[in-house]
Design a protein. Structure first.
Length: 81
């Protein structure tokens, strides 16, 4: 995976997650995002989000499957025509 950095700055993480930087700072403070320091910056290993993205995709598929299901016929509904 050359050309793709494994570690991101907090600003790059916000772009990567399509989120506000303030949200990233909050998640770091609450230890929802793990970071390391290079002496100057906090860095985030972006591989920690792989499970999140996989579960998000699975959820999207599940929701789409649910939305595509036909409603079962109800025998108690009478046709007025």
């Amino acid at each position: 995976m050359e050309g793709y950095p494994m570690y991101l700055t907090l600003e790059e993480t916000a772009d990567y997650l399509d989120s506000e930087i303030s949200e990233i700072y909050r998640l770091v403070r609450e230890k929802q995002i793990r970071t390391i320091s290079d002496g100057e910056n906090l860095l985030v290993n972006k591989q920690q989000f792989n499970l999140y993205f996989k579960s998000l995709e699975a959820y999207k598929v599940e929701i789409q499957h649910y939305l595509n299901e036909l409603l079962p016929e109800d025998d108690n509904i009478k046709d007025e025509d």
